[in-house]
Design a protein around this ligand. Structure first.
Ligand code: UD1
Ligand code: CA
Length: 502
């Protein structure tokens, strides 16, 4: 210990007199962190039910900005410490939460009975035993950024505190715990008082507890047993650790963020809507900054992983979801819903298209009202029009299917014209079969192609044909009943009717 203090003295000398009074605890913490990097974990409290949402779905799986609340928090956490040091504490519908978020690679700790935020940390004791510090985040507050988590951690280390909490001034603090400082100017905190237990004077205070903390692991678990359930919810409140640690003579401090928006929690549907709106607008602003035109951005739903190239125009009421990537110079018109698609440059998507897991090459024109189901691969400059549905198809360069058509399990070459009302009959009631249409084929309107079937290069199919056999290259295929004409038939019928009625 003597040597460590010696080092601190020298460092202080070289830097001049420190501007604030430093306690021994702070000195030790500073020296320790300089000698060997502290072991820091992040625990995310995510076990609660979310009663206020009145939902079958656990709170932390409710989505904002296109992904679950908890996933936002995990994404921020893993940018501060490695995923191996992140512990999500789950409980209510734990299996469902685990299934949805296992892919993140973080650890999960089970809090089988949810007896409060303090209890969540009691349950994580063993998991956190090997760490010096734990940063505690709330699984229902998704707007927290890695930068703010980093600032909070650094503040805690600098202050040599046992507990540091992130506070914020909120215009409407209702529902949040309030921070009681030792004095107005002091970093030190006396206690946190929950809304339900707050006096009318305390309820008027605007500095709230964000629910994000840093603890020294030793101090947390050295005193956590002193938490009680004597409060309106009969729960163990983690917030009570402020009072417990202060009484034990430990340092408890608050760091107030300049970005109060980051601490908002999604406890109610209305709060979820506010957070979602915030994320959507942030995404729209980012795309606009990158050169995308978005008309009435508040009406568009664009997930955070979506990318859009410059000079693309997005009209009102468009949804771009999942991992959708749109190229430059495209025009996406109103009421189109596009999920997990890859779209090249200069593509036009007319109103009312629904498309998922599909690929559209440059200069294609789609819609209005086209439905691209998964596995549709639309070639360069191809056209798909009104009420055309596709599934698992490859449509070659410049090919067209402009009206009222179903193309499923088909490989269609380049320069093919698919007439209005064409249907691939890909399903025999048991199995799916393929339709192959080679380059340059002309498919007459109202053709049914009974798969498996192949139409050779350059062939013609007469309108209203039912094609059950392969068509050779350059042939004309007709598969319909020959037309019969009965001269004067209609006139005779009319005459019969008039005779009967008179
Ligand atoms: C909590 C704080 C409050 C603060 C607010 C900020 C307490 C007692 N109060 O209130 O001071 O202003 O956050 O958003 O901590 N959870 C568990 N296990 C449990 C209970 C809760 O993991 O047994 C999780 C929840 O899933 C949630 C988080 O802890 O993600 C916070 O719990 P919540 O009930 O939302 O606390 P608040 O009432 O918002
Ligand atoms: Ca909350």
């Amino acid at each position: 210990m003597g040597t460590k203090r010696g080092i601190l003295v020298r460092m202080n000398k070289s830097k001049g007199k420190p501007s604030r009074r430093i306690t021994t605890g702070q000195k030790i913490a500073e020296v320790k962190s300089r000698l060997s990097p502290p072991r820091i974990a992040i625990a995310i409290m995510a076990a609660g039910k979310g009663t206020r949402l009145k939902s079958q779905i656990p709170k932390v799986l409710h989505e904002v900005g296109g992904r679950p609340l908890l996933e936002h928090v995990i994404r921020a956490a893993v940018r501060v410490v490695p995923a191996a040091d992140v512990y999500a504490i789950i409980g209510h519908e734990a299996e469902r939460v685990l299934a949805a978020l296992r892919h993140t690679g973080v650890n999960f700790v089970l809090q089988a009975d949810q007896r409060g935020t303090g209890h969540a940390l009691m349950v994580a004791r063993e998991a956190l035993a090997g760490y010096d510090y734990v940063i505690v985040l709330s699984g229902d507050a998704p707007l927290i950024t890695p930068e703010t988590i980093g600032f909070l951690r650094d503040f805690h280390l600098r202050e040599g505190a046992a507990m540091t909490l992130l506070s914020a001034d909120l215009a409407n603090p209702t529902g949040y715990g309030r921070v009681l400082r030792k004095s107005a100017r002091s970093a030190e905190v006396r206690a946190i008082v929950e809304e339900k237990s707050a006096s009318p004077a305390q309820k008027k205070m605007h500095e709230i507890n964000s629910g994000f903390y840093v603890f020294s692991v030793k101090d947390l678990y050295g005193h956590i047993a002193q938490l009680s359930t004597e409060n309106p919810h009969s729960e163990y409140y983690l917030t009570d650790m402020a009072d417990v640690l202060r009484r034990a003579g430990k340092r408890v401090v608050a760091w107030k963020t300049a970005n109060p928006g980051e601490v908002l929690g999604g406890n109610t549907r209305a709060e979820l809507a506010d957070i979602d709106h915030f994320l959507r607008m942030a995404k729209a602003r980012q795309l606009m900054a990158d050169g995308v035109t978005i008309f009435y951005p508040a009406t568009c739903i664009i997930d955070s992983d979506v990318s859009v190239g410059a000079d693309t125009i997005i009209e009102p009421y468009v949804q771009l979801l999942g991992t959708t990537r749109i190229g430059a110079g495209c025009h996406v018109r109103s009421y189109s819903v596009i999920r997990d698609c890859e779209i090249g440059d200069n593509v036009i998507i007319r109103p009312g298209c629904v498309m998922s897991e599909s690929h559209i090459a440059a200069r294609a024109e789609i819609g209005p009202y086209t439905h691209l189901r998964p596995g549709s691969d639309i070639g360069e400059g191809a056209h798909l029009g009104n009420f055309v549905e596709t599934k698992k198809i490859k449509l070659g360069k410049g090919s067209k299917a402009n009206h009222l058509t179903y193309l499923g399990d088909a490989e269609i070459g380049a320069g093919v014209n698919v007439g209005a009302g064409t249907i691939t009959c890909n399903y025999d009631g048991v199995h799916k079969h393929k339709t192959l249409i080679d380059d340059g084929v002309f498919v007459g309107s109202d053709t049914t192609l009974v798969a498996p079937v192949r139409v050779g290069k350059g062939a013609y199919i007469g309108a209203a044909s039912c094609i059950t056999d392969d068509v050779p290259e350059d042939a004309l295929a007709l598969g319909r009943a020959r037309q019969v004409v009965k001269e004067g038939w209609a006139a005779r019928k009319r005459a019969e009717r008039t005779a009967k009625s008179s």
